[in-house]
Design a protein around this ligand. Structure first.
Ligand code: SAM
Length: 261
């Protein structure tokens, strides 16, 4: 991995480790500040992206650590018994929502590279008593998952953070079963950030300057082998990220695709 890619991974890991530490109830710090300095661009703590009915009976330790920009679980239309993989599972909110839908015969695997996030997610899993959820440490560019074992991949506001999105989609394609599907909520742009803007790693870690043009994003998916790629919905992401002036239009998008059967 190049120095630049390592630098991005390190900046992103440090950012989310800090958020996870702040959300740790044992540290008694305010979860309200979990997105850090409000003057900087950052993902919002955003359980408002879900239908409130979905969040019933989830503790604040889960909903307060919701850092997504959409609801990929609902887009995925999960069925009982399916195996689901969450790329960048954070505090685990989408894994827990998915686990309810796939039921005891199904299985949910969350992958995240930030140990502090994995600790929070595992503590939440134990609290909820969910035996069909498992969290694994790893990078989404090199998934710790066997070939062709997953029915559905979901991801919520994570792929924009990757320094190697082509590798993410290659890996997603590898681990999906033939006919498997992917449901993504993510930040994308219309146009590109400049090299100088991309070099601002605090903005990258805040889900802004790592985002790429929506056409390039779907091209990477197509190159990895995905078919039936749809950008289901797009909305200006002003409520989710706070970009600096002079940036391209930033969108929160829902993207779905399938691995050929
Ligand atoms: C914006 S948060 C979203 C968390 C979760 N999906 C949610 O909706 O609350 C991004 C998460 O992705 C993880 N992450 C970012 N880049 C990653 C990578 N390259 N590999 C694995 N995990 C990554 C971070 O550690 C963090 O937990």
């Amino acid at each position: 991995m190049t120095d630049q890619r390592s630098a991005i991974h390190n900046a992103v890991r440090d950012h989310y480790a800090g958020i996870a530490r702040q959300a740790d109830p044992e540290l008694k710090l305010s979860a309200a500040s979990c997105c850090g300095d409000s003057s900087a661009a950052s993902c919002s703590c955003n359980s408002t992206v879900y239908d409130p009915a979905l969040l019933q009976n989830l503790p604040a330790s889960v909903t307060d650590l919701s850092l997504g920009c959409g609801d990929p679980v609902t887009i995925a239309a999960l069925r009982p018994g399916e195996t689901v993989l969450d790329l960048g599972s954070g505090g685990g909110i989408d894994c827990f929502l998915a686990a309810r839908q796939v039921g005891p015969q199904g299985r949910v695997i969350g992958v995240d590279m930030t140990p502090e996030m994995l600790e929070r997610a595992e503590a939440n899993r134990i609290r909820l008593g969910m035996a069909n959820v498992e969290f694994r440490r790893g990078q989404i560019e090199a998934l710790p998952v066997e070939n062709a074992t997953v029915d559905v991949i979901m991801s919520n506001c994570v792929i924009n953070l990757s320094p190697d999105k082509a590798a993410v989609f290659r890996e997603a394609f590898r681990v999906l079963k033939p006919g498997g599907r992917i449901a993504i909520s993510d930040i994308v742009t219309v146009g590109d950030f400049s090299a100088e803007q991309r070099a601002q790693l605090d903005q990258w870690a805040g889900c802004v300057t790592g985002a790429i043009d929506v056409g390039d994003y779907t091209d990477l998916m197509r190159s990895a082998g995905f078919v039936e790629i749809t950008v289901v919905d797009k909305a200006d992401a002003d409520a989710i990220v706070t970009p600096a002036p002079g940036t391209p239009r930033i969108l929160s998008a829902r993207i779905t695709a399938r691995k050929p059967a």
